[in-house]
Design a protein around this ligand. Structure first.
Ligand SMILES: Cc1ncc(COP(=O)(O)O)c(C=O)c1O
Length: 359
């Protein structure tokens, strides 16, 4: 099989060694005589897989025991509702609106209570995130919510916003573990797995343990961070296979030097594409340079026709997943952790050649 260079925004590329290990272990899990997919999640074999995954993620994140790591279902979008449900029993929460995912989180929060938008780049087509000091957070806010990487628009915070004593909540769905993170600064982090952590089907929630006390006893159990954390994410049957795969990806990341090691690789990959964009009058980037994402590079050629031709020719050359999101148009190269440097090299070269042919 010749593997394509996969620039999909998500589900995204997975490391080949992880896929190969998962394939080898699928039918007979490590000599158990059955597949992991067929086993009770209460048994010793799955239990070890689950605990090792949590321990490896904790090591990668550098998270102390002050934070609980839990696995939930329902993707990032479910967290849009669960965060206010749990953390804002009363009062108002504050949000930064940097794109479709943040505004989706705001609209879900507003269905359930009060949410205040402290900052928005909607008017400039979500081409940037706020600079340090631009986000004003009322001291009595239940939390400040922001989206560290805006998958659709290709912008990313290059710093951690200051929120004083107000708990900081971050949707890291599209850049978790792509660079080191100071978990101690966060009240809650959530991320759907399907971009940087593994397959779709599981969402990682990292929550400061004191905030678990905000989950009211009358909440339905499966909506309550406190109830799920109390049962080590096994309140219901967890998505065992997705968690197993996240565990394999975590081991792969650890072997590459953890978040710091992968950050160096991610910087190199993104720099290759931004260098082509900056070195040419043909390509234009969507994001303002100070807000550029290392995960999703958004760009366009001089016309929608040329963008479409680019996607078609790139597909034929084995470079797939480059069409921009419908709300921005143009092109998008997602360079998640598992996208190899060779893919970025190939894309940069293909962009340069395309410009020569079409420019
Ligand atoms: C930043 C961000 N948040 C949330 C979501 C929604 O995630 P899910 O599809 O897991 O609900 C996405 C999906 O792409 C995303 O990129």
């Amino acid at each position: 099989m010749s593997r394509l260079f996969n620039f999909s925004a998500g589900p995204g590329a997975l490391p080949l060694p992880v896929l190969e290990q998962a394939a080898a272990e699928l039918v007979d899990f490590r000599g158990a005589g059955m597949s992991l997919l067929e086993m009770s999640h209460r048994g010793a074999i799955y239990d070890a897989v689950h605990r090792e995954c949590v321990a490896d993620l904790r090591a990668l994140l550098g998270a102390s025991e002050d934070h609980a790591l839990i696995f939930m279902g329902g993707g990032g979008r479910t967290q849009f509702a669960l965060v206010p449900t749990n953390l804002r029993p009363t009062g108002s929460a504050t949000y930064a609106d940097t794109g479709s995912w943040s505004s989706g989180a705001i609209s879900e929060a507003r269905k359930l209570g009060a949410a205040h938008t402290a900052w928005s780049s909607a008017e400039s087509g979500y081409d940037r995130v706020p600079g340090p000091g631009e986000l004003a957070v009322p001291p009595d806010a239940a939390y400040l919510h922001y989206t560290s990487n805006n998958t659709i628009y290709g912008t990313q915070y290059q710093y951690v916003p200051e929120s004083g004593t107000v708990p900081l909540v971050c949707d890291m769905s599209s850049d978790i573990l792509s660079r080191p993170v100071d978990v101690a600064r966060y009240g809650l982090i959530y991320a759907g797995a399907q971009k940087n952590l593994g397959p779709a089907g599981v969402t990682l929630v990292v929550i400061r343990r004191d905030l678990l006390e905000r989950s009211r006893a009358e909440l339905p159990q499966m909506w309550s961070y406190k109830a799920v954390a109390a049962k080590d994410s096994m309140l219901n049957t967890p998505p065992v296979y997705a968690i197993y795969m996240v565990g394999l990806v975590a081991k792969h990341l650890l072997a590459q030097g953890g978040a710091a090691g992968i950050a160096t690789l991610n910087e190199r990959k993104a720099a290759r594409i931004y260098a082509v964009i900056d070195g040419s009058a043909f390509w234009r980037g969507h994001a303002q340079p100070s807000s550029r994402s290392l995960m999703n590079v958004t760009f366009r050629s001089p016309s929608a026709e040329l963008d479409a031709r680019f996607v078609k020719e790139a597909n034929a050359a084995g470079l797939v997943g480059l069409k921009g999101h419908a709300s921005v148009g143009g092109l998008r190269a997602s360079l998640y952790n598992s996208v190899p440097d060779a893919a970025a090299v190939a894309l940069a070269e293909f962009m340069t050649q395309f410009e020569r042919r079409a420019g």
